[in-house]
Every structure is written in C-alpha cells, then in structure tokens.
Write a protein that binds this ligand. Structure first.
Ligand code: MRU
Length: 368
C-alpha cells in the first residue's frame, strides 16, 4: 500500500545491507512515520513483544525474519541448538497470534537435517521471503472474495455507501500488505463502490483510532472513528451494513480470537441481524484445536497500557499521560474469543465459508 504516494510493505530486507531487516515502527503512527532497523533476533523479539509491529500475519512475517537473523548470528558449531533456543524465545513473545508459531514450526521443519550454518541462513531467508510473498497474495485474494459480499450489499442500496464496521487494525499494517478485514474494503473502494468505514478506536492501544484511520485516510477511503461503545447503537439504527474483523487465531471449528471487544461487537451484530464476517489467511488458523474459549491462550499485557494513553501535544510532541487515578489497579486482556455461532462467514484466500468445522475443512482439506 502507499504512504504519501510511495509503496510500502510492513517488513523487508534492507536494500544495501542484507543483515538488517527494516520495519515500519507502528508505535508512533499516525503522528510520526518511522522505519526501524532490526539487526538481531533479540531485537526482533523485542519489536514483536513491545508492538513496534503487530497484527497476526505481520507478527508471523517478523518471526520468520527473526529466525533468519538468528541463523546469521548463530555459531558455526552448535547452530541448530542456537536456532532452537531463538525459536523458543520468539515463540513466547505474543501468545495469541498463531501466525507466529505457524511460521516458526514451518521454518523449523525446513531446518531439519540442515548441514551447516550457511545453508541455514539460506533456508531461513528464502522461507521468510516466500512466506511474505504468500501472505501478500493470500491477503489480496481475501479482498477478491470479500468484495463479492460488499457488491451484494451495494446492489441492494445502490444510492448509498456501504457502511462497514471494523475493530482494531486488521489492515495492511497488520499484515505484510493489503490487510485481512480491510482487503475487501480496499478492493471495493478501488472498484468504485462507495464504502464508509466505522473505525472502532480499540482501547487500550487504540489501533483503530491510530492505525486503521491512518491507513484509510492514506488510501482515501471515507471513514469515521468511533468510541468502542458506539457500534451497538449504530447497529440498532440501521447504520451498519456489515462488520468485518480480522483474527489472531481461529480454531478448526470457527471460534475466533481477535482484539478484545470483538466478542461484544459480534453479540450486538447478532442481536441486530447485521452480518458479522471474519477475514483471515490460512496462517491464522489453528487446526489443532476446536474450542476457542477453552483452548486459545489469551495474551495478558501490562496494566500500564490501560492506565496511560498516548497522544500528540499541540507543540507536536508525542507523550503518554496518566488516565486513571495513580492507585487504581487496571487489567489488560488483549484478546477475546467470538464463538463460531456468532460468525456469519469466514473470508479466506480460498473463498468464503460458514464458521463450522465441515465448511472450513472443505476449503482446507489438507487439515482433515
Ligand atoms: O494486539 P494486536 O494489535 O497485534 O492485535 C491485532 C488484531 O487483533 C488484529 O485484528 C488481528 O491480528 C488480525 S490482523 C490482520
């Protein structure tokens, strides 16, 4: 996608120094556009954990490049042990986004029997590049399939924009490119279908207000940022035609973990008969589990993310300020699980399916 007319992805190899990975450091968006150089596996782990980059597919790509950096810095003797240690380190950085574990498992399989460090470096770099290219294509295809749903809604109300509500940021900055939930939105906008996006601010880290709004603005998509509590009211008044969200981990039976607050939107959507779609590439499925509420690990983040809020002062400084009484405890579950029965459909790179095991496995028969 483009920023100020210049095309970017979220992560890439430094053009003149292949031992450096560059990322868009999302902590400062929308107020500052910063590119960060990452030179070690440890630094990549910090970037994932402290959310310099975030969003499940983007985290998966970062983990893949983290393994490449680990291979570069591994000792010649004992490189396999070093790679295993670093994969364990990366694996624990963000527990809910399954793309991370899926990427590490896939590259680790390719490293089995690898004869030397030089080959390990090649395997990891090729894997990271291919995984990123595949992820971009999958997200593009999610847009192609999701566009059909938006077209149908538009056909029923040709003179008005299609109003879509989204939560958190499942846009191109949460992936390598295109986004998941936003991919059909960009596809519709590019096809000339009038869309308008209700952007949940998404407390506590405000990925909607900061990042989704930034993306949509850069792409020229009409949107309105709303406090997290407004969606239900808008739905009751016919102001939302559909909800599309992303996912950090979806089970083989269609239970969806996504940013905290998604479940409440799904309940409101059900009560108001608003279609609730989840868009995800197959890297965000966890085919090993069924019961999302019982089995998906929910990341608990620092309480400070709730009690402090970041913004730009009139003089242009980016500051964090205390929101709550100094002595009030706060709590920060980062994700919740929306049970499959609240999901109208799952938009994947292979097409759209119902949120149940038979329908999901019909699209992904290799996981039967
Ligand atoms: O904590 P974050 O910002 O990594 O959470 C991101 C989300 O919840 C996204 O909706 C999800 O990763 C889907 S990304 C395309």
């Amino acid at each position: 996608m483009k920023i100020q007319g210049k095309p970017y992805q979220t992560i890439w190899v430094h053009p003149t120094n292949s031992s450096i990975i560059q990322i868009i450091d999302q902590r400062w968006l929308p107020h500052k556009f910063v590119i960060e150089d990452i030179s070690s596996c440890h630094e990549m782990g910090v970037a994932i954990k402290d959310m310099h980059l975030r969003g499940a597919p983007c985290i998966g790509a970062a983990a893949a490049y983290g393994m490449y950096l680990a291979a570069l810095e591994a000792p010649e003797n004992g490189f396999q042990t070093y790679l295993k240690e670093q994969s364990d380190y990366l694996n624990q950085t963000r527990p809910t986004a399954v793309d991370l574990g899926n990427a590490i498992t896939a590259v680790s399989k390719k490293l089995v029997g690898c004869p030397n460090k030089k080959t390990a470096v090649e395997i990891c770099l090729n894997f990271a590049k291919e995984a990123c290219a595949e992820s971009v294509e999958h997200c593009r295809l999610i847009g192609v399939h999701g566009l059909e749903i938006i077209k149908k809604i538009h056909a029923d109300k040709p003179d008005q924009p299609v109003n879509i509500l989204t939560h958190c940021n499942a846009g191109w900055l949460a992936t390598v490119d295109h986004g998941t939930a936003t991919s059909p939105i960009y596809a519709a906008h590019n096809a000339g279908i009038p869309v308008h996006v209700w952007v949940d601010e998404t407390r506590p880290r405000n990925q909607g207000a900061r990042i989704t709004a930034f993306e949509l603005l850069e792409h020229g998509v009409p949107h309105t940022v709303i406090p997290d509590n407004v969606g239900g009211h808008l739905m009751q008044h016919g102001m939302v035609d559909m909800v599309i969200v992303g996912s950090d981990r979806t089970t083989r039976s269609g239970d969806v973990a996504n940013k905290i607050g998604t479940y409440l939107k799904a309940l409101a959507a059900k009560d108001n008969e608003v279609p609730f779609y989840v868009a995800l590439p197959h890297s965000s499925f966890d085919f090993t589990i069924r019961d999302g509420v019982k089995e998906i690990p929910i990341e608990k983040r620092g309480a400070k993310e709730v009690s402090y809020i970041q913004g730009k002062t009139k003089s242009g400084e980016i500051l964090e300020v205390l929101l709550t009484p100094e002595d009030s405890p706060s709590m920060n579950y980062a994700f919740d699980v929306t049970p499959a029965h609240l999901v109208s459909g799952i938009i994947t790179e292979r097409g759209i399916c119902a949120a149940n095991e038979a329908a999901i496995l019909a699209l992904f028969p290799e996981y039967q």
